[in-house]
Structure formats: C-alpha cells, structure tokens
Design a protein around this ligand. Structure first.
Ligand SMILES: COc1nc(N)nc2c1ncn2[C@H]1C[C@H](O)[C@@H](COP(=O)(O)OP(=O)(O)OP(=O)(O)O)O1
Length: 185
C-alpha cells in the first residue's frame, strides 16, 4: 500500500494516531526498508556508521529508490551495506515512524520490514555498516532504537504487523505507539 494514498495502518484513519492533530498531517513520507536475516536463532544486525541512527545497532536497510519495489530496495540495501545476498526474503511489517516534539513537521518515514532466512556470502564491514550477529532471544535493546523492543519480539515470533510510532525529534524516547498483529500483505 502506498503511504501517499492513505494512512499507514488500520488505525491511521484517526489523525492523532499518526502523531498529528487534524489538519497537520504531512503530504507524504519517505519510504524506507529494514531487512533482518534470522539464521539458526541468530539475528544479523549492523552497527550503523553514518546517517540516521549512527552508532545504533540496527537492521540493514535504507530508502526505496525510484522504480524499485520495497523488497528490491531491502535486498539492495543488504547487498550494499554487508556485501551479501539475502535469500528467502519475506514481508513482515509496515511502520510509520514520526519524529516530533512540540511542533508538527514532515520528519516522518514509512518503513517496510522484511526478514530473510538465509544469506549468500560472508557479511563484510563497509563504510555504512559493521555486521554483528546477536542471539535473537537475548538482543541488546539498550543499543537499539527505542521502538525495537516493542515490535521485534513479534517479528522473531513469526508474526506480521503494522504500526505507528511517534518519537521525540532526536528519536531517543517514544511519545506513543500503536500496533496491529496478524496483518496480510
Ligand atoms: C524510529 O525508529 C526506528 N526504528 C528502527 N528499527 N529503524 C529505524 C527507525 N527510524 C529509522 N529507522 C531505519 C529505517 C531505515 O532502514 C533507516 C533510515 O532510512 P534512511 O532511508 O534515512 O537510510 P540511510 O541509511 O540514512 O540512507 P540510505 O537510504 O542512503 O542507505 O533507519
């Protein structure tokens, strides 16, 4: 579903669920991806070397480019960031991430979340990312985005989801969120 056509989830019909008061909604959101290889109970993450979330432990991912599907973008980002090919890629979720404090702005992104059940090749460090494997049952959530501890356990459980997360401008704390599980893609 395009984020430009309608609100990003079932709850989105009520504007404040997206973090905006009536009449304040942005006209569009950047589309981006996350792709999480999960192999033998281990999750492949990256230590982000630059850009949004620099220093955090995050899933490989990045912007959807013109002419690309979200899944193509997810696979390309894994290739670019870690020099491996993700296999068995499946769509698992869609999120609206909104960064706002006192004033509304368009600092929002719509993120397509994927998992992969394999990789071809050995992950390598690049300018953007240093690979780290972590046991899925014992993730270091204090080194990750604040929302990850809420939705990642569902992803690791094999569930699908949509959600809206409203964070501070710096992304270091969460104002509120909503999530639906068991979504068909
Ligand atoms: C707000 O909470 C977030 N949680 C998680 N888990 N991931 C997030 C959050 N906010 C952003 N992200 C992810 C989503 C994307 O993978 C990246 C940011 O996307 P962007 O398109 O800006 O990616 P860059 O790495 O800066 O740029 P490229 O597209 O040039 O690779 O962060």
């Amino acid at each position: 579903m395009s984020p430009y056509a309608q609100p990003p989830n079932k709850c989105g019909a009520v504007a404040d669920h997206n973090g905006y008061l009536p009449g304040e909604q942005p006209t569009g959101m950047n589309e981006s991806t996350l792709c999480h290889p999960i192999i033998d109970g281990e999750l492949l993450l990256i230590r982000k070397q630059r850009g949004l979330g620099e220093g955090n432990l995050v899933g490989p991912g990045g912007k959807v480019e013109d002419g690309e599907t979200a899944m193509e973008a997810a696979r390309r980002e894994v290739r670019e960031e870690l020099r491996v090919e993700a296999t068995g890629v499946e769509k698992r979720g869609e999120f609206g991430f909104h960064f706002r404090d006192d004033t509304p702005d368009d600092d929002s992104m719509y993120v397509h979340v994927f998992t992969a059940d394999g990789i071809e090749g050995t992950p390598q460090a690049t300018e953007e990312a240093v690979p780290e494997w972590h046991t899925a049952e014992d993730l270091p959530y204090d080194e990750m985005w604040v929302d990850d501890r809420i939705w990642m356990p569902h992803m690791l459980d094999g569930q699908t989801f949509t959600g809206t997360f409203v964070l501070t401008d710096e992304g270091d704390a969460m104002h509120r969120y909503e999530m639906d599980l068991g979504v068909d893609f």
